[in-house]
Design a protein around this ligand. Sequence first.
Ligand SMILES: Nc1nc2c(ncn2[C@@H]2O[C@H](COP(=O)(O)OP(=O)(O)O)[C@@H](O)[C@H]2O)c(=O)[nH]1
Ligand SMILES: [Mg+2]
Length: 196
Amino acid sequence: MSDPILLRFVKSVEDVSELPPTPAEVTVIGRSNVGKSSLINAMTRRKDLARTSKRPGRTQLLNLFKVDAEGGGSVVDCPGYGYARASARSRLQWMEMIEVYLLHRANLVMAMVLVDGEVGPTSLDLDMLDWLRDNLVPHTVVATKIDKVRSSRVARRRRELAKKCLLEVDDVVWTSVTKNVGIDRLRDLMRLWLGT
Ligand SMILES: Nc1nc2c(ncn2[C@@H]2O[C@H](COP(=O)(O)OP(=O)(O)O)[C@@H](O)[C@H]2O)c(=O)[nH]1
Ligand SMILES: [Mg+2]
């Protein structure tokens, strides 16, 4: 079993300029309720670090966590996209913030794009992936909640999800927080990305 990544919550910010410099940063993006906070908690084996919420779209801030390890580094939990009840104005604000963050954050080494493993990629997920590719932002697709797919269907679902994302099955990290699937692998990848 892989050691947890020790994360300490630093602060939530509204503006990218409020983020302190970092030697390496990994960020978590994806639609509201896809499992971003749950996955960050699983990385660090703490249930309550990144507050999970049953109400989607609550986190409208960039949540910054510092890695307690040699070499440091940080993790940012981005506000989710695709919140149905968000106003057009707040959607625009969201896009602006995320784009500025993803394009200009110094030492951003990886954007983990979370896609619901049961639902598959939404059009917003695919738009986000297109945008990341167009802008050469390093990213990795992480499928969440794979426990919700019946085991007889997992192989097929994986092929479908990867294909829609224009990826090979093995390019996608498959995870379940509740069944502890893929968590060790993702921790190892995060250590690699962060250089710790
Ligand atoms: N079954 C299952 N539920 C999950 C998993 N990960 C997250 N959830 C649930 O999905 C909901 C949204 O999770 P959350 O982490 O708050 O999503 P966020 O909005 O992207 O931060 C919560 O009710 C979680 O308990 C998973 O791997 N399996
Ligand atoms: Mg969250």
